[in-house]
Every structure is written in C-alpha cells, then in structure tokens.
Ligand binder design. Sequence first.
Ligand SMILES: Cc1ncc(COP(=O)(O)O)c(C=O)c1O
Length: 464
Amino acid sequence: MRSHEAGAIHGQSGDRGPAWLHAPEDANQLVPQLWSSSVSKVDDVLTVAGESVLDIAEEFGTPTYVVDEDDFRQRARAFRDAFPNADVYYAAKAFLCTASARWVVEEGLNVDVCSGGELAVALRAEVPPARIGLHGNNKSVAELRTALEAGVGRIIIDSFEEIDRIRELATELGLTANVMVRVTAGVEAHTHEYISTSHEDQKFGFSISGGDAFEAVRRILAEPSMSLLGLHSHIGSQIFVTDGFEVAAKRVLCLHARIAAELGYTAPEFDLGGGFGIAYTTQDDPSTPEDLARDMLRIVDDECAALGIDVPQLSIEPGRAIAGPSTFTLYEVGTTKTVALDAGASRLYVSVDGGMSDNIRTALYGADYSCTLASRRSDAAAVLSRVVGKHCESGDIVVKDEFLPGDVKAGDLLAVPGTGAYCRSLASTYNHVPRAAVVAVREGEARLIVRRETEEDLFALDVG
Ligand SMILES: Cc1ncc(COP(=O)(O)O)c(C=O)c1O
C-alpha cells in the first residue's frame, strides 16, 4: 500500500475536503435527512423529542449515544408496513439491548441474532423464541443447544459441520430443528454498485455455482430431525439500489426451483437478507422502505413467474436502516487545533471525549459522517474540520471532513448523526476508555437504556 508522509488516512480528501462536501451557508443549520424525526434546534440548541442536549449531557454525561425512540420504532414499522406479507427480522447486530429488542417486537418485527450473547439478550427481553432467527458462520454446539432448547423459530445453516451438529443435538433433544440454508449467489453489493462473480471469496454461506448449496439442501432433506424452511441470501451493506438483489434473487430462486424439480421439495420461505443503506452525509441518497419493497417484491414475483414456481414466503433482515438514523452521538469538545495544509489551506482538528472506541466505523471502513455544533449558535465562518477522538492512534477519527464554525472550543457539545448502527455494537474499551452510555428519549423524557461502563467494570475483569 502506498504510504503517505502524514499517514494513510490524512491525505485522502485533500485540502479542500471531498468533492461532495460543500461549505454551508449557515453551519448552524441541520441537514434534515441526516437526523432522526424528533431532532431540531430550539434556541440554537440541539433538541430531541423535546429534550435539549444540554440537559442530556448534564444528566448522563458524554460521550452518549442518544436514541430517538419514536424514530426507531417508526422505522421498524415502516419496514413492516412496506413488506406486509413478508417477515421482517431486525438484524440485532446493528444495535442490541433489552430495550431495542422489545421495541422491534412491539412494532411487529422478529429478531435476527448471530451469537449466543445476542440470543441471551433477545430471550432476556422476552422476545418470543419462535420470532428469533439464529445466524453465524461458526455457531458453537453450546449456542446451537441453547437455541434449540429455547425453541428459536429458525437456524440459518452456514456449513456442513453445522448440519451434523444440529442433527446430533436435535436427535438428542428429541425435536425437529427449523432451518434455512445460507447460500452465496456470487453478488456483493454496496451503495450504488454491485459486483457479480461466479464464486465468492468470503466466509459466509454455501456456494450455489460450486454445488455446495444444493448438496447441503439434499443432506438436510434426508434428515428427519430437521425441517427446511428455505434459502437465505445476504449480499452486502449500505446498499442504495436493488440491482444486486435482482441478480441474487434470480440465482437463489433458480436453485429453489431446481430443488423442487430434482429433490421434490418446494421450500416455503426465501430470505433476501438486509443491507439497506442510510444517509450519513449529503452524498448519500438511500431508498425508502416503500421503494425497496416495490422493487424487491416485483423482482421476486417476476422471477417466480419466469420459473413457473409459486412465490415463497419472503423475509428480510434490515438492521442499519432501522437503528442507524435514529441515533446521534453527543460529545464534549476537549481541545482544538488548526493544522496548516498545502497551499495555505488549513484544517481545524476538534478533539472530543470519545472516538474510535464508540465509533470504529471511520477507522475500520473509512466511513463518512457529519456533525453539528449542538450546544449553541455560532456566527463564525465555517471551516474545514476533522473531529477526532481521544485515543492514542492517528487513525482515531470520528468525522473525517465537515464544515464547523471556526470558533468551536473546549466545552462545546458536538453531535454526530447516524450512529445508531454498528457503533455501540462495535464499541471497545481501547485505551481502557469505558464504553459510552445509551439514552433513549421519548416525549420529553430521557432514560438510560445502557448505562455507561465504569473503571470499576473494567477492574471487575482484571483479576491479575
Ligand atoms: C445475514 C445478515 N442479515 C442482515 C444483516 C444486516 O445488515 P444491515 O444492518 O446492513 O441491514 C447482516 C449484516 O451484516 C447480515 O450479515
């Protein structure tokens, strides 16, 4: 990899910021599509569901993930309503705690978990086991046993070893395991593009083109201890258009039809996975659940008609699109530093009291985020800024490029929208920084749903 004198990540967006980022007329203004539905600025202070961030910071501290509960619920309902005849599984990996598991079930969704720990939270939240799906490319015997004993609605099988493990467990427990087979359709999708290959160099699923998927199904159908619900495919993340789903659906339904023709079994269900994109910055234009539904249902109907088969019961697994936009992270500014760049340009570095430990996506995926000064109005000119964390790591960046008022200073509060997915769930205690709190706000009430980790919590593990 070509190294850059100031470190890889610094040089990417150049001195004027990325092409999609334009200096705002008024940096105090919110970009509506980036924030949850109950967020606004009241007297120049960011407010969510009637609760000001000044009060939230005072009561719960910072950094804090602030969840707009009604927005989260509304997004869950939007998928349920857009896919009325399908089963919608909330992909818990995006963000899971007892409260969020309860919210999605109350809104009529099911829950997709991918580890023993996520399953434990879902059961603790009293999610009906029949409405839980268990994923994972390497499920342990213990995880499978817990899932079978709990009576989860379906286990999505990802390997031949797993078929053997489930056979032994289900036989020992004297029950029938409801299973799906995760297949790889040779499609990888992301934002507006997808790549379609014959094979997939990745860890998940059974290859269709390589024949493993058909073989897995053949073995499962021969197992009295298992009942095959259908095929599952998940093609990527942060997807804005349905082209990739179309190619994947064609290939998976083709296999579905072959199974019916050659093995005499018509699987009742078909899962198209998740991956629906959200807006992190002004460059993003995600599809609505209604648009996605219209296209995806048409794709499946047309392909089934072309294959002369009945349309199976569909399911989808949105995670990011439900959790992501409902939450912003509230930080306090600790230090600022103007750094000279080439050609007389400069960048304002704004250090906050969190960082990659509460949002690893910028460092891990090069993700883009936005940001606003949340605690006051500023009439200072907007300057190209970078919001960075407090970790001892040059890649510890939260917001790579944003225009913030040039007078941002220590003690100010900043808010970064779109942090509801894959932030708290990927949080760490790097540099022994305790993990941040999660606060849900609804109708002017803010309540803790995940408490802030303390040094005592860290010590509890340190048995040295
Ligand atoms: C099998 C499966 N389903 C659903 C999801 C959720 O994806 P997203 O949060 O992008 O909707 C994932 C994400 O990795 C996944 O692996």
